[in-house]
Design a protein around this ligand. Sequence first.
Ligand SMILES: Cc1cc2nc3c(=O)[nH]c(=O)nc-3n(C[C@H](O)[C@H](O)[C@H](O)COP(=O)(O)O)c2cc1C
Length: 325
Amino acid sequence: MKTAITEMFGIKHPIIQGGMHYVGFAEMAAAVSNAGGLGIITGLTQGTPEKLANEIARCKDMTDKPFGVNLTFLPAVNAPDYPGLVRTIIEGGVKIVETAGNNPAQVLPFFKDAGVKVIHKCTSVRHSLKAQSIGCDAVSVDGFECGGHPGEDDIPNMILLPRAADELEIPFVASGGMADGRSLVASLAMGADGMNMGTRFIATKEAPVHENVKAAIVAASELDTRLVMRPLRNTERVMTNDAVEELLKIEQEKGADLKFEDIIEQVAGVYPRIMTEGDMDAGAWSCGMVAGLINDIPTCQELIDNIMSEAEAIITQRLAGFQAG
Ligand SMILES: Cc1cc2nc3c(=O)[nH]c(=O)nc-3n(C[C@H](O)[C@H](O)[C@H](O)COP(=O)(O)O)c2cc1C
């Protein structure tokens, strides 16, 4: 399939694996890229320029296909060495960066000069237009369904994607709730040039996470995610578990007085315990409603091949069939 996104990134299929904390290691990115999609290493999981350089080198050992690095800009007490991470990406020869969180204007000139394409993840039309105006090459439009941070507007993709299509001139991919060939065709129909998936890629053979995480996603239904940290205007969609129910109880008790320190035990530094050790009640971890559509643990190649053949069948048979009638 050929779209503005496959052309821009030099990939076979218009499918991107979004950056994911403690999931987007070299093994994940390489498996997606080898299967014809775009794999993405999560920069902040590595944390330092030295470790990121090592991860980029490991990924290059595992694939000769294009892959990207995610740079998430978060309000942090001890800010990561962003200039160092940007330099490492450029010196590592990576040609695609997914930015997320705050406006990436400060880092864009460095990437532009180095010929690096930037796709910025946005949860609203106004942020997407801002990304376009500052010179981003593409956007990833993340609807309310998404795992991770859906923003504060709560607009689902059925509305958000056509709204983005009406306003944007640069290409965009649909993100949040995407799982299969139906998702891809629907995304294309609503004006996107491809799709981005997070949760779906965690339940794959190559995802470098504990088997308990994959099993939890397969077992979950679309009813099993919760929104946390809304009172802090840092809303995150997570899989429900004991820690999340406790967190929600604290949020309810504290009301408008809630401070980050009140929930630190449930959210800070919990990812290694969950993703690496498989301690599924250790804290809040991002997961999309799309868990309800995930029932298997294929290889990335099987997943992407199935998506593409299902999409093709929908376009050439189901949709074409309506036209004939
Ligand atoms: C476990 C997990 C961790 C994530 N970590 C990040 C991150 O560090 N940076 C980021 O930009 N997005 C992160 N995301 C969001 C994904 O890149 C993607 O936008 C989102 O998962 C899409 O929604 P979906 O899960 O419904 O496919 C994360 C998502 C998950 C599920």
